[in-house]
Design a protein around this ligand. Structure first.
Ligand code: URA
Length: 209
């Protein structure tokens, strides 16, 4: 099964609580999504490979660690996943950014793909797929299948809030990935919204509706 990491850091939980509040405005919401992505990224990237390099300090020459070889790719699922990109780029500015466009059919709740552009080559990269809300899991499952079709192998999925139903579906569909969850919520409602959730993440990040 996939490795699932449920975050329990007080800073992340505090910021998620502010996101949930329906009176939190677009600017604050967008900033918080970026901050949470950065805090979660710090944990999710704790296995990045490093190598020893020689550095001359003002005092002497020493061997010291730096991130090595394998390059990273961040792949937001459009559109809400975009809100998490800058937070992770702050940590690893050399990352390439791919995009996968999926929208949810409002009646069937299934994902429909309309765009896929990934950095090439993708095979050797550590790939961080972002979507703030893991609801039914349909979009994440589909996006990760696309990435695998293009040759992606080392995949991490990062979401701010997950529903148990979506988490289970994603684990079953892609048992080889690592899944990072900011908070595991109670359930989906009949419209496939996460409860208690925070509403439509894309609308709240971009101020649409
Ligand atoms: N997408 C969202 O933005 N919110 C939900 O609750 C479910 C899916």
């Amino acid at each position: 099964m996939s490795k699932v990491y449920i975050n329990n850091h007080p800073l992340v939980q505090h910021k998620i609580s502010i996101l949930r509040n329906k009176t939190t405005g677009t600017n604050e919401f967008r900033s918080l999504v970026g901050e949470i992505a950065m805090l979660m990224g710090y944990e999710a990237l704790n296995d990045l490979p490093t190598e020893e390099v020689e550095v001359e300090t003002p005092l002497e020459t020493c061997m010291t660690e730096m991130i090595s070889g394998r390059k990273m790719a961040i792949v937001p699922i459009l559109r809400a996943g975009l809100g998490m990109v800058d937070g992770i780029l702050n940590l690893v500015p050399a990352s390439k950014v791919g995009h996968i466009g999926l929208y949810r059919d409002e009646t069937t709740h299934t994902p429909v793909e309309y765009y896929c552009k990934l950095p090439s080559p993708i095979e050797e990269r550590i790939i961080v797929v972002t979507d703030p809300m893991l609801a039914t899991g349909g979009s994440a499952i589909d996006a990760i299948s696309q990435i695998k079709k293009h040759g992606g192998k080392k995949i991490k999925f990062m979401c701010i809030i997950a529903a148990p139903e979506g988490l289970k579906a994603l684990e079953e569909a892609h048992p080889d990935i690592q899944i990072y969850v900011g908070h595991l919520d109670r359930q989906l409602n009949s419209d496939a919204y996460i409860c208690p959730g925070l509403g439509d993440a894309g609308d709240r990040i971009f101020g649409t509706k």
